[in-house]
Design a protein around this ligand. Structure first.
Ligand SMILES: [Zn+2]
Length: 431
C-alpha cells in the first residue's frame, strides 16, 4: 500500500487561490438500512481501507513492537499524541526529522490527536474523570493523589501542568495547530474541550460554543500553516464533534462543524469525541453521522471492545483508535474469539498451544501459551512484544473482517455470530 499514489483534489476558492488538498475519502459499499459503509481514505502517505482500527503509538512508538511488526499485523496507520510529543522530545525535533512518520520509521499514514484530552486529564492528574465544571464535586473527585492543580480552561485555551516535570504550559487552538503541523501527521484533530457525563447540561452548552469557536480558529491557523509550509505534504484537519449524551447538542455540533469554513478551508473529516455511555454509543454516533456529509471520513476516538466496533460501524464510523489492546497485552490479558482472558493462570503453564488456534499473527504461528506464561512470570520484555502483536492483530483483524462482511452482505450474521461467541463466556474463567 505504500506505493499507492494519493488522489490529489483541488478546489478554487473565491479569491482564486488554489487549496492544496492531497487528501480525500471515497465511500464504497453501504450497509443496507443503516449508515455503515466501507471506503478508502487517501493520504499523502498511502491509503486506509475503512472501517479500520488505527494502532496507537502515543509517544511515536507502538509500545514494545517495531514498525515492521505493526505493518505485518495489518495496521494501516498509526496515531500519536500531540501532548506527549510536545513535552518530549519537542515537536521541533520531530519536524526536523521530517515529521512523525519519518522520525519513527513508519512509512504509512499517521494521525495525531490535538492534545486536548491529555491536557485536560492526564496532564493535571484528574483521577477518574474529566470535570471542568467542579460545582458539586469535592477536590477528591477531580484531583489525583499528590496533585494539587487543575487545568484551567478559559475561552482562549487551557493552562496545564506537565506530568513530567511540573512545568506550566498553555495550549490554544493556534498552539495545537502549530504543534500538529510540526509533528506532520497526515490527519490532525481540531483542539476541543473535553467534557464528561458529569458536567451539567448548562456547562455542556457553554463548552460546545467554546469548542465551535476553537474549531474556527483551528481552521484559520491550519490554512495559514498549510500555506507557509507548502514544502510539506498536505495535512488533513478533522473537526471534533462534542455534545455528550444530548441529541440536540450532538446534532447541532455536527451540523455547525460540517458547514464551518474559514478562508476557503473546511474540515477534511470529523472526530466524534467526548464521553459516550456504552449503551448509547451506536445511537449517539448515528445522530452525529446523520448530520455529517457522507463524503468525509469519521473517526471515533478511543474504542476497542468488539460490541462497540459493530455498533459504531453500523452507525457510520470509519476509523477507530484505542490504547487498550496494547495496554492490556502488557498486563498479560489476551483477546480470543471466546473473549479476553488473563494468561498467568495455572492451566497455561503447560499449555503447548497458541493463544488462539485460528489467529494468523506471528505470535500464534510461533509461540505457545506455556512459553508466554514463562515470559510473563520471568518478567521478560519479549512477553510484552509477543502479547502486543497478538492483541493488535486480533483488533485490526476484527475490524477488517467487519469491513469484509459489509462488502459480502453478511454484516448482521457476522455480528450475531462473533458477539455471541465472544461474550458467551463472560464472567466465567477461561483457559
Ligand atoms: Zn495471535
Amino acid at each position: 500500500m505504500w506505493a499507492e499514489l494519493a488522489i490529489t483534489a483541488t478546489m478554487v476558492v473565491p479569491d482564486e487561490r488554489t487549496l492544496v488538498t492531497d487528501f480525500s475519502f471515497t465511500p464504497e459499499v453501504g450497509l443496507p438500512g443503516a449508515q455503515g459503509r466501507t471506503g478508502t481514505i487517501h493520504t499523502p502517505h498511502g491509503n486506509i481501507k475503512t472501517p479500520a482500527f488505527i494502532a496507537v503509538g502515543t509517544k511515536a512508538t507502538v509500545k514494545a513492537v517495531r514498525p515492521e511488526d505493526v505493518s505485518e499485523l495489518g495496521a494501516q496507520a498509526v496515531l500519536a499524541n500531540a501532548y506527549h510529543l510536545y513535552l518530549q522530545p519537542g515537536c521541533d525535533i520531530v519536524d526536523e526529522a521530517g515529521g512523525l512518520g519519518a522520525f519513527m520509521n513508519w512509512p504509512g499514514p499517521t494521525f495525531t490527536d490535538s492534545g486536548g484530552f491529555q491536557v485536560m486529564s492526564l496532564g493535571v492528574g484528574f483521577k477518574k474523570v474529566l470535570a471542568m465544571d467542579t460545582v458539586g464535586l469535592t477536590n477528591d473527585d477531580v484531583i489525583a493523589e499528590g496533585k494539587n492543580r487543575l487545568a484551567h480552561v478559559d475561552d482562549d485555551g487551557v493552562t496545564f501542568t506537565s506530568h513530567i516535570d511540573g512545568s506550566k504550559h498553555r495550549f490554544t487552538p493556534e498552539e495545537s495547530m502549530r504543534i500538529q503541523h510540526e509533528l506532520g501527521a497526515d490527519i490532525m484533530f481540531a483542539f476541543d474541550e473535553c467534557t464528561t457525563l458529569m458536567n451539567t447540561r448548562g456547562y455542556q452548552e457553554r463548552s460546545l460554543e467554546r469548542t465551535y469557536a476553537w474549531a474556527l480558529r483551528c481552521l484559520s491557523a491550519h490554512e495559514r500553516l498549510t500555506q507557509s509550509r507548502a514544502h510539506r505534504p498536505y495535512q488533513a484537519l478533522f473537526g471534533v464533534v462534542q455534545g455528550a449524551q444530548y441529541e440536540d447538542l450532538r446534532r447541532r455540533a455536527a451540523r455547525e462543524l460540517a458547514a464551518a469554513e474559514v478562508d476557503g478551508r473546511s474540515f477534511d473529516g470529523f472526530g466524534i469525541g467526548g464521553a459516550l455511555e456504552k449503551e448509547n454509543l451506536g445511537t449517539i454516533v448515528g445522530w452525529v453521522n446523520e448530520e455529517l456529509p457522507d463524503d468525509k471520513p469519521r473517526h471515533l476516538l478511543g474504542i476497542s471492545e468488539p460490541d462497540d466496533f459493530f455498533a459504531a460501524i453500523a452507525a457510520g464510523a470509519d476509523t477507530f483508535d484505542c490504547v487498550m489492546p496494547s495496554r492490556v497485552a502488557r498486563n498479560a490479558a489476551l483477546y480470543t474469539p471466546d473473549g479476553r482472558f488473563n494468561l498467568p493462570r495455572a492451566e497455561n503453564r503447560r499449555a503447548f498451544r497458541p493463544i488462539d488456534e485460528d489467529c494468523d499473527c506471528y505470535t500464534c504461528a510461533n509461540y505457545t501459551r506455556a512459553y508466554l506464561f514463562h515470559l510473563f512470570k520471568a518478567k521478560e520484555m519479549l512477553a510484552s512484544t509477543l502479547a502486543t502483536i497478538h492483541n493488535e492483530r486480533f483488533t485490526v483483524r476484527l475490524v477488517d473482517d467487519i469491513r469484509a462482511s459489509i462488502e459480502s452482505g453478511d454484516f448482521d450474521a457476522f455480528r450475531t455470530e462473533f458477539l455471541g461467541r465472544f461474550y458467551a463466556s463472560k464472567g466465567r474463567p477461561q483457559s
